[in-house]
Write a protein that binds this ligand. Structure first.
Ligand code: NDP
Length: 282
């Protein structure tokens, strides 16, 4: 098994560059899927309060018998809990659901700039508390645009360790990636294969045929060579295996550029624009 590289974070910690995503993994399927992922060798699981499967992620990790520190766990604050006291209660709930004393990484899931009087700053200050008391080994954000990150930089002490944003060849999100890079924030690329939408693109399939890999492997490898962190989701064991086998192939600089050139700008998004997204799950 080829080892998954670690990416250094701005607080001296590290994160496995490849993980397993659990968005849209039904709670009834989560124990089985995460168990299989851990058997394959994944050691980084990305969940969220919003996904409704933290408890099952925790169950699978415990049942694996792996030492707690061998599995990197990320979760995210749900959109209804941005007020400080709600955020504190929700974070307690995440630790309880996962069955851990410390989480490796905890994120604000969405900035929600049109809700809470545009105040994601006091929410971030609560995440700083979790880092200070050690219950979150690292804290970060998700779906933060440059303006949101600039505001945290101006008004807060801790620089987010990561920014988890939509990135794939149809939406390279270059402006936010560049800000992250220049400010020591690691970029995590969500929907790394655009939920499958990029896999039939002729530019992808051509490279895949030439290097003898699948389209998904080529696209995931592209992310890794650009330095981003990825956690593809699959409940299909053969795909989980396929997505893990990306560390013994190398794309040329031309291939990396050719895939980045597929960028469609805003039209390429599969998810909502964080500047206007305001969904609060009930
Ligand atoms: P992905 O880009 O990982 O794509 C998942 C889809 O692609 C599933 O339908 C899966 O099908 C299919 N698939 C997976 N592997 C392959 C393969 N090798 N070949 C063909 N099809 C494949 O999408 P996600 O949106 O799930 O993103 C990944 C993770 O990012 C999430 O699970 C979540 O952890 C995180 N995320 C975070 C967000 C945020 O706002 N912070 C938003 C969205 C995602 P099947 O399962 O049937 O095999």
């Amino acid at each position: 098994m080829t080892a998954v590289p670690s990416i250094p974070l701005n607080n001296g910690r590290t994160i496995p560059q490849l993980g397993f995503g659990t968005y849209q993994v039904d709670p009834s399927e989560t124990v089985e899927a995460v168990t299989r992922a851990l058997e394959i060798g994944y050691r980084h699981i990305d969940t969220a309060q919003m996904y409704g499967n933290e408890k099952e992620v925790g169950e699978a990790v415990r049942a694996s018998g792996l030492p707690r520190d061998d599995v990197y766990l990320t979760s995210k604050l749900n959109n209804g809990f941005h007020r400080p006291d709600d955020a504190r209660r929700a974070f307690d709930g995440t630790l309880a659901a996962l069955g851990v004393d410390q989480i490796d990484l905890f994120l604000i899931h969405w900035p929600l700039p049109t809700l809470y009087d545009g105040d994601y700053v006091s929410t971030w200050k609560v995440l700083e508390e979790f880092a200070a008391d050690g219950r979150a080994r690292s804290v970060g954000v998700s779906n933060f645009q440059v303006a949101h990150l600039e505001r945290l930089a101006a008004e807060c002490d801790v620089v987010p360790a990561v920014n988890q944003i939509e990135v794939h060849p149809y939406f390279t999100n270059e402006t936010v990636r560049a800000y992250d890079r220049e400010h020591g924030i690691a970029t995590e690329a969500w929907s790394p294969i655009a939920q499958g939408a990029v896999l039939d693109d002729p530019a992808v399939t051509r490279i895949a045929e030439r290097v003898g890999r699948t389209p998904a492997q080529v696209v995931l490898r592209w992310h890794v060579q650009r330095g981003d962190i990825v956690f593809p989701k699959s409940v299909t064991p053969s795909r989980m295996q396929e997505n893990f086998a990306i560390f013994d192939v190398e794309l040329s600089d031309d291939d990396v550029r050719a895939l980045a050139a597929l960028d469609k700008g805003e039209e390429g998004r599969t998810g909502p624009n964080p500047d206007v997204f305001d969904h609060v799950p009930r």
